[in-house]
Design a protein. Structure first.
Length: 665
């Protein structure tokens, strides 16, 4: 064995180091500043501990806080371990389970000792203080390799029944690692970790909340307490995140939906939305906008059944792959007078549709299709039902009944790239009309899938090629490929919108599918007179109307663009003597197509201004005797302090322009 190893660095240089050197040694050899800043290393592309010895010649990249993605993941992982150590230090006998990093922080699932109640929000200040103590102690984080039996023996001896159960299921031949925090606490973990707890900023984390959880996610198992925290590299990042959370709370679509009287949810229809007139007006405007868009893009709108025979879902593959998410209905209930549901033994099973695609294939199959009929673009505002878990439901963002702006394009192999390009252009125009920027990501084949590898190769390359040709596979559009995240029948392009406070929302998709046409026997007659399978492109832009409306409410903080606002103007009188002029003005506004309401109540004008501002009405048109005599109106625009006085005709012209949808301007 050579006594030196060669280290290839990102700048192209090569360093020779003694056998057994660590990335930390390499950093120290380069300079003391880098040695202090280095947090971890990428060894042949794999993220590793800074103090883990190198096995031989390698490509090495040192990770510092400037490498924010990797540094944040390491920090959040370490915050989770420090959290578990702190809880056990404060309450001996606490059992620990697992604690991963999350998108904005970390959590750890723990079981309180039998001598006390489950952990609560009241415990968080003490845990935070203990965590800061552990961080300031700058305890080394040290990796060791243990056998499975060592792990089982340790956890069993210490009463860590959850860890012992998990350790017993680990493969004997796999390298199993533990990490010590100093010399007095350890956890089993794959790593990597920072070199010591002192690399964490003690002011860069905050414990946020506690929640119930079940061991291994199974409600039949023991109940645990999940302690959530948010963790960052420094206090400035933490404060910025807390400010975003505060702003997000102000924009919460559930709160604004109530204030603006848009919708409500209740247990009688769990996971489904009760739309109020103002909320449904937003829906109608979006639906009209999307119809204009799809009509202009050559789509044919259809309507398909809500309930279909289970055999159809078996043939499509959804019954086997998606059954737990479907609402299933027996088609025969022989005796409705007895208590409890009774299903006939002879009943055949139906299901509420969780998606529209199989029904669209059935429409395509009606009559013989020629290659001259392709591409055939079928669109539906399709109402679907999915049996989401109760705990996952969240306002408009995750529901059980939703309506998709769903379409399927049946095309030949040669038409795929052109059709995907056209969809990219359509989506780009629509998202820009709403003021969104976006990133495009390509979700690649999952482990559980239908179809051959050759078909998947082809489908993935077609989507990739279309985005490249459309000029969107660039850093500007956040292009990224996501291994394993495609649907079971097709890869997909995803559009991730960025809202006004920097959050991202995955909304639009297009998927290239050769599986469903094969399973449901869709075909067309080619130029050669033979039968061929069409390719089926699944696509949506809003995703679902419910979720898109929720995103819009939060993006605009309730101050929707005038064309979307359910009430575009309120005419408010100062004195009752102006009521006649105000009524005449309302008639003119309505004739011009403005959605206007009146407020002739005997209330002070400042009270009316506050009330309609809370309801996010874009324009308040104030009228008193002076305005009635002069044929004018005082216009108060939402969010502006100063009012403008103008003629009623000029006000109508201004409102008509503001209320015109962007695609009609």
């Amino acid at each position: 064995m050579s006594e030196v190893i060669k280290i290839s660095l990102p700048d192209g240089s090569v360093r020779e180091m003694p056998q057994g050197s660590t990335p930390g040694d390499v950093a120290a050899a380069i300079g003391p500043g880098l040695a202090k800043a280095a947090l971890a290393a990428k060894v042949n592309g794999e993220l590793r501990d800074i103090n883990r010895p190198l096995e031989g010649d390698t490509e090495l990249a040192l990770v510092t806080s400037r490498d924010e993605a990797e540094a944040l993941e390491l920090a959040r992982h370490d915050f989770a371990h420090v959290l578990a150590e702190a809880v056990q230090a404060l309450w001996p006998g606490t059992q620990i389970t697992f604690g991963p990093a999350t998108d904005d922080g970390f959590y750890y699932d723990v079981k309180a000792p039998t001598t006390r109640d489950p952990f609560s929000m009241d415990d968080l200040p003490a845990i935070e203080e203990k965590m800061r103590e552990i961080i300031k102690a700058d305890k080394p984080l040290r990796r060791e390799i243990w056998s499975r039996q060592q792990l089982i023996d340790k956890w069993s001896a210490e009463g860590e029944t959850f860890k012992a159960e998990w350790a017993a299921e680990l493969p004997e031949n796999e390298e199993l690692t533990v990490y010590w925090s100093g010399d007095d606490w350890l956890d089993m973990c794959r790593g990597p970790h920072l070199p010591s707890t002192g690399k964490l900023d003690p002011q860069a984390f905050k414990l946020m909340r506690v929640a119930g959880a079940y061991w291994r996610g199974d409600q039949n198992n023991a109940q645990l307490t999940r302690i959530y925290g948010t963790g960052w590299l420094n206090k400035k990042q933490l404060n910025a995140h807390l400010t975003r959370l505060e702003e997000a709370a102000k924009r919460d679509h559930r709160k604004l939906g109530q204030e603006m009287n848009l919708f409500h949810l209740q247990s009688e229809a769990h996971g489904s939305v009760f739309w109020h007139p103002h909320g449904y007006q937003i829906w109608r405007e979006l639906e009209a906008y999307m119809r204009r868009a799809i009509d202009g893009a050559g789509y044919n709108e259809v309507k398909t059944p809500q309930v279909m025979d289970a055999r159809q879902w078996e043939q499509s593959g959804h019954w086997g792959k998606y059954r737990e998410n479907m609402f299933v209905i027996p088609d025969e209930v022989p005796n409705t007078e007895d208590e409890g549901p009774i299903v006939s033994d002879a009943a055949e099973w139906m299901a509420l549709k969780p998606m529209n695609c199989p029904a669209h294939v059935l429409i395509f199959r009606q009559g013989i299709k020629s290659y001259r009929d392709l591409p055939l673009r079928i669109y539906e505002n399709g109402c679907c039902h999915r049996n989401e878990p109760h705990g996952a439901l969240h306002g408009l963002m995750r529901v059980r009944q939703f309506t998709q702006d769903d379409a399927h394009i049946f095309c030949t192999e040669d038409q795929i790239v052109e059709e995907v390009q056209a969809f990219c252009r359509l989506a780009d125009r629509i998202y820009k009309d709403f003021g969104f920027t976006y990133a495009i990501k390509l979700a690649l084949r999952p482990e559980q899938r239908f179809g051959s590898d050759a078909d998947w190769d082809k489908a993935e390359n077609e989507l990739r090629d279309a985005v490249v040709r459309a000029g969107l596979a660039t850093e500007e559009f956040g292009w990224e490929e996501l291994p394993g995240e495609g649907a079971f029948y097709a890869p997909k392009l995803e559009w991730h919108l960025t809202d006004a406070i920097g959050r991202t929302w995955q909304v639009g998709t297009i998927q290239s599918d050769r599986v469903l046409p094969e399973r449901l026997d869709a075909s067309y007659i080619g130029e050669d007179g033979e039968k061929h399978r069409p390719v089926m492109l699944h696509r949506a832009i809003f995703g679902s109307y419910e979720r898109f409306i929720g995103i819009l409410i939060e993006h605009f903080a309730g101050r929707l663009p005038v064309w979307l606002a359910p009430v575009q103007a309120v005419v408010a009188t100062i004195v009752s003597d102006a009521d006649a002029y105000a009524s005449e003005s309302i008639s003119k506004l309505q004739a011009a197509g403005i959605r206007v309401e009146s407020d002739f109540r005997n209330e002070k004008i400042n009270y009316k201004v506050r009330e309609h501002s809370l309801a996010k009405v874009p324009y308040l048109l104030v009228m008193g005797m002076r305005e009635a005599e002069e044929g004018t109106v005082a216009v108060r625009t939402l969010g502006e302090k100063e009012q403008r006085v103008m003629s009623i005709d000029d006000a109508i012209t201004m409102l008509k322009e503001a209320a015109t949808p962007p695609d009609l301007r």
